[in-house]
Ligand binder design. Sequence first.
Ligand SMILES: Cc1ncc(COP(=O)(O)O)c(C=O)c1O
Length: 485
Amino acid sequence: MAGRDDVAGFPLIREPLLKDVGAPGRNRRVLPAPFDVPQAVDLPGIAVLPDIPDVSEVETVRHFTRLSDLNYGVDNGMYPLGSCTMKYNPKMAEAMAEALKPVHPGDEAAMGSVLGLLFLLQQHLGEICGMDACSLWPAAGAHGELTGMMVIRRAVDAGGSGRRKVLIPDTAHGTNPASCAVAGFVTENIPSGSSGFLTAQTVEEHLDGDVAALMITNPNTLGIFEEEISEIARLLHENGSYLYMDGANLNAILGVARPGDMGVDCMHVNLHKTFATPHGGGGPGGGPVLVKEGLAPYLPLPRIVNDGHGGFALDREGPESIGMVHSCLGNVAISIRALAYILSIGPSGLRETAKAACLNANYLRSRLAGLYDLPYPTPTLHEFVLSDRAFKGTGVSTMDVAKALMDFSFHPPTVYFPLVVGGALMIEPTETEPIEELDRFALAMEDIARRARENPEELHGAPVTTPVGRVDEVLAARSLILTWP
Ligand SMILES: Cc1ncc(COP(=O)(O)O)c(C=O)c1O
């Protein structure tokens, strides 16, 4: 681990490699040589012992313990990464997934039970979202978007209209236009209003005979509920277009409002943002797709069906389907975690989750709004966006604020996104944070805002307490150092 010099007399850990700590004879708990027992087995191919460092047990344990302490995760403290929803995942759901690990896909009886659980999850997601059919197979949110847009493309082509345009508001997550493009559509960026939500009038102005769909995130990436969504759905349907909803932010409306009731035709859910499954770093995750009845024939294969004897089976036939989007059954362990979470908290728990997520975010928003610029005064739900505009003239930027938070042992919020806000700081505390942790975060942000005004130079050097200081992020991405020098 690259070390830094001590700062202000505070000794920072400069964790050496074990091979640098090791020296002959340091590990005194070795087998006596020469061995005093006869060799029992011949181990062909192992002519030379691997070159492992000669280190004592206590040094080895401390080395790995210190390295693990350098990790930061939601198990350490608040992780207010807006749009990524880093909430605490109950360990119970992990245990449920673990329990199914021994099931072999060749064991038909056991697999019948697994299919039953997946079927149940589809039903619950359908009920929560107000949609008619579900496919659990996509491996992440973006994969769900792609799958949903492929479903819409198949429906558009089956209808013979050949429409190719998808309208996307400027608040969209970057994966939205990318998924549309991969599914063979052309996207058109349309402006959300000065209140931070898309107006029906704007949609109407952009509708024509080539519009296959509108893809909208609700609540959007500003944390604002798309309050004209029902009217937007009506306009789209009148125009023969579909309404796709990026349901990644479902956490904010769980048990309170259902996309299907708003007129949504197709959507995906990010299991990792709402239903307590781990972030997979691109997978293995879960991005189930849900549709209204008219789009159901186009959903991916296979489908889980009743086998006629009270059990479940897989139906691999479906001439209108877009086909398979993942190896059979997707990421089963992720789906099981989500189901365990839903069943463990039940309908009232889901509703409480949404309310607490919104309450926590609004508590922080109200504490910080006077100190930081709040670009949209519109009420927000589970997350909110600040900007560095209040520090104009001091030279303090969003990057400085984010780095300074690390000195308070917080992971920084999402920065410079959404793109509609210059210097954005996007904060999402989630429902799992207790008030004490929210207060600790607010105090840190208040301290940073004060120093930005009184002593801005200090913030340019942050962080000062981490093993690695501020790096040149462009250089770090362009000039990767992948080996230990
Ligand atoms: C609004 C929104 N849409 C789409 C995605 C993409 O999801 P994933 O990272 O699982 O591919 C995210 C990411 O969390 C998101 O916040």
